[in-house]
Design a protein around this ligand. Structure first.
Ligand code: SAM
Length: 187
């Protein structure tokens, strides 16, 4: 689904890249752009670097950045920052406090321009859709690990997006009761 959102060139910034397995897949899928990974956990950044190395992508993919969405400004070198055309954040907002979602939109707004997009991927609750049993169980397990975690209500995320100058453009249903949600800056 990302294919139609990827620009012909430039940098896509991935927030919360985790192991890095997705990052190398996307870099190989979209060789004309630069996929810039990031994660605040040092062990995750080491894993990302190993995946980059293992796939022979060191000449295409920069080292992962140490970005914690709440620590602002995000440490992005200027030669990368000015080329960013979109931001992708997969499976983070339910596994971090709500303030991280706010920080994600707040800082993304400073980086993105024009019709650049911010994409969120993960499970969401929606007022107009019945919640799957698996997402209810997942939400409980997240909250049992950390009371500040949990599946987010999409309409609340949209509100935060709107407060930071973004509009929800599209919801794309994904396997296993996940969604991709595309936001764009209001023009
Ligand atoms: C469930 S993992 C998702 C990793 C990967 N995107 C995936 O889907 O496999 C959640 C990730 O969010 C990162 N994370 C947690 N809090 C964060 C924060 N405040 N800023 C940026 N990333 C954060 C964690 O380090 C972890 O890599």
């Amino acid at each position: 689904m990302l294919t139609k959102y990827i620009p012909p060139k430039g940098v896509l910034l991935e927030i919360a890249s985790g192991s890095g397995e997705h990052g190398v897949f996307f870099q190989e899928s979209f060789p004309s752009i630069t996929w810039q990974t990031s994660d605040p956990e040092e062990s995750h950044r080491k894993s990302i670097s190993s995946w980059i190395d293992h796939h022979g992508l060191t000449s295409m993919m920069p080292d992962p950045l140490d970005i914690d969405v709440e620590k602002r400004p995000w440490p992005i070198p200027n030669q990368i920052r000015f080329l960013i055309k979109g931001i992708v954040c997969i499976n983070m907002i339910h596994i971090s406090p709500w303030n991280c979602t706010k920080a994600l939109f707040e800082e993304s707004k400073k980086i993105l321009k024009g019709n650049h997009f911010l994409m969120l991927y993960g499970p969401f609750f929606r007022f107009d859709k019945e919640t799957s049993e698996s997402n209810l169980v997942f939400d409980q397990s997240l909250k049992s690990q950390n009371l500040l975690w949990g599946i987010r209500q999409l309409e609340r995320v949209d509100e935060i997006a709107f407060e930071h100058g973004f509009e929800q453009e599209k919801i794309i249903e994904m396997p296993s009761n996940n969604l991709s949600v595309i936001y764009r800056l209001n023009s």
